[in-house]
Design a binder for this molecule. Structure first.
Ligand code: COI
Length: 327
């Protein structure tokens, strides 16, 4: 069995080699994403595995089919980078992975605490021996109402972790989760926008929720609202978010993701001219903490991503129905 593994990072290599020895497959491995330009590399492979930066649109899936590839796994939870409808039509089987929700949930809580306690300006001051306190007074989590948008595995874990702080928790999801009711109250989305001091996004990106944070929804929120996005950049209309930071509608902002991060995040681009202007602009605000899509990035999650992705791929090639099968 021959497979193609793309977007392979150095930290995935050991786990990949162990699996190769155990399962006995031949692998073409590349650091770069899979594209139409390098697709010839997978000729002779029965399946391929990618991360989130290989944009699997209809054309690329057609090319895979032409090259004889019938199975695709993404070593990610999110699968908004794969055109599932086209995959279904072309008969390409696709599956994703699941890893412990703690990685992203812990990170979300960390971002909330960093923002609430003004860690960014405190750190900047310390770097120039300014140890003053003025302007750094924080707030306690306990006294907040936190709105959790999306109560799948990650949203649910965030609610569970938040419940330890004793804050009021609101939740919204088109498919409510019974387990979430022990930590918070489901309310209509509009009520969540209006009543929350902090709003944290944990929804998968779909056509329905694209730019769910926009001028209209921001207008409903409390002045000084804290917004957290550890899910997907396009859930937020970045221009509307910038305006809201400038207008002080948003009081604190934590973004582990941003629109058009592909090709920038997870890469060393220090010598390049980057063209994501909103990213560069947002980063300069003292009340905005941005990170490079690393909420998932723990030893535990990475091991599950490689293990799950490669075992599922081999399973699918062998004709098994595997966990996370999407089509
Ligand atoms: C996911 O698993 O969905 C992530 O966001 C991780 C990242 C490597 C794309």
């Amino acid at each position: 069995m021959k497979i193609g593994v793309f977007e392979v990072r150095a930290d995935e290599a050991r786990c990949l080699e162990n699996l190769q020895q155990e399962l006995g497959f031949e692998a073409v491995t590349r650091q770069e994403p899979l594209t139409l330009e390098n697709a010839e590399l997978v000729r002779g492979c029965q399946g391929i595995s990618i991360l989130g930066q290989s944009r699997m649109d209809e054309k690329l899936l057609e090319k895979l089919r032409e090259l004889g590839v019938g199975c695709l796994t993404t070593r990610t939870v999110g699968y908004n980078h794969i055109d599932l409808e086209a995959a279904r039509k072309l008969g390409v089987q696709v599956c994703n992975v699941s890893y412990g929700p703690e990685s992203v949930a812990d990170y979300t809580i960390m971002l909330l605490l960093l923002l609430l306690r003004n860690y960014k300006p405190a750190l900047y001051r310390q770097n120039v021996n300014d140890y003053s306190l003025a302007g750094l007074m924080g707030r306690q989590v306990k006294n907040l109402t936190v709105g959790v948008v999306g109560t799948g595995r990650i949203g649910l874990k965030v609610m569970e972790e938040l419940s330890g702080f004793g804050c009021r928790i609101l939740a919204s999801d088109p498919y409510p989760n019974e387990k979430a009711r022990q930590y918070g109250t489901y309310v209509p989305l509009e009520q969540l926008w209006r009543e929350s001091d902090c709003i944290t996004l944990h929804a998968p990106l779909t056509t329905e929720n694209y730019h769910m944070i926009n001028r209209e929804t921001l207008a409903l929120m409390k002045d000084g609202v804290i917004l957290l996005n550890c899910a997907r950049g396009p859930l937020m209309d970045t221009e509307a978010v910038i305006q809201a930071v400038e207008d002080k509608k948003i009081g604190r902002l934590g973004m582990d993701v941003i629109e058009e991060e592909e090709g920038i995040y997870h890469m060393d681009r220090r010598d390049d001219i980057l063209k994501n202007r909103p990213m560069a602009y947002l980063r300069q605000f003292p009340n905005v903490v941005m990170t490079q899509h690393l909420a998932f990035y723990t030893e535990e999650a990475v091991e599950s991503m490689v293990e799950g992705g490669i075992r599922n791929l081999c399973g699918m090639i062998g004709g098994e129905k595997v966990p996370g099968q999407l089509c």
